[in-house]
Design a protein around this ligand. Structure first.
Ligand SMILES: Nc1ncnc2c1ncn2[C@@H]1O[C@H](COP(=O)(O)OP(=O)(O)OP(=O)(O)O)[C@@H](O)[C@H]1O
Length: 244
């Protein structure tokens, strides 16, 4: 279970998230949607513990991850796989070494590293790239290599920031299939995307607008004319968020 309790995040004076609340069950496949700058990446970066909330609390399982010390954070990160443009591949290391990195950081034995990296590369269809450099791969292959690195330590939670951006239809569809396969195997998946139409196996959608979680159209129709809740969003704001 992932729980955000009134979470705010500021970058300097800029409020990227403003009192965000949601709950997502273990094993869910969630799309984070919303306009550019809405706060999608910020949610993933908080869950990856790259950022710390300015206020509020975040639970993954039973533990709060909002204020972990260095050792606790290192331990937590073993259960999380992250892919996004802000985490680069090491261009002067082989594809094998790039995928092996998270295992080497935690001191896994060389025998385990050999078998797990090979399995991860095979899973993303890149077995033949062991000795190649990332620069020798296409954009779509580099993305799949990032995914192999994100899942090599068998994380319970996979966070993917714009995993299909700038890919042609075939490469995007391979990436989506991979994420869906991990989810089918029990992994909780969260994807920030502008390309929702590419995803089929979605259990939850969180639509963000200006740092807040917006009510879904279903929430709006259920709320009808009731006071409070969704009424706090102006019509203009909702129109902008839903592109109406
Ligand atoms: N490191 C940073 N320093 C300052 N402001 C930032 C930083 N990262 C994000 N922001 C700002 O925080 C807000 C939310 O950004 P975020 O990246 O979470 O949005 P997003 O929905 O993922 O956008 P996009 O779809 O363009 O990736 C934006 O206004 C952005 O400009």
């Amino acid at each position: 279970m992932i729980v955000f309790k009134n979470v705010s995040l500021k970058y300097g004076e800029h409020a990227a998230l403003k009192g965000v609340n949601f709950q997502l069950p273990k094993g869910s496949f969630t799309l984070l949607e919303g306009h550019s700058g809405a706060g999608k990446s910020s949610i993933l970066r908080l869950l990856a513990t790259f950022e710390t909330p300015s206020s509020g609390d975040i639970f993954v399982g039973k533990s709060s991850i909002a204020k972990l010390n260095r050792r606790e954070r290192a331990h937590y990160r073993r259960s999380v796989g992250y892919t996004g443009l802000d985490v680069q591949l090491l261009q002067n290391r082989t594809c094998f070494d790039n995928v092996a990195l998270p295992l080497r950081v935690v001191g896994q034995s060389e025998t385990d590293i050999q078998s797990r990296v090979k399995a991860a590369l095979a899973r993303v269809g890149l077995s033949h790239t062991d000795h190649m450099l990332p620069t020798e791969l296409s954009g779509g292959q580099q993305l799949r290599l990032q995914i192999a690195r994100a899942v090599v330590n068998r994380p319970a939670l996979v966070l993917a920031d714009e995993p299909t951006a700038q890919l042609d239809d075939e490469s995007a569809s391979r990436v989506v299939t991979l994420l869906e396969e991990f989810n089918r195997a029990g992994v909780t998946v969260m994807v920030a995307t502008h390309e929702s139409h590419r995803f089929n196996r979605v259990t939850h959608r969180l639509r963000l607008g200006d740092g807040q979680v917006l009510p879904t159209p279903a929430d709006l129709s259920q709320a009808g004319g009731r006071e409070g809740g969704v009424q706090e969003f102006s019509k203009d704001f909702l129109n902008k968020a839903y592109g109406a």
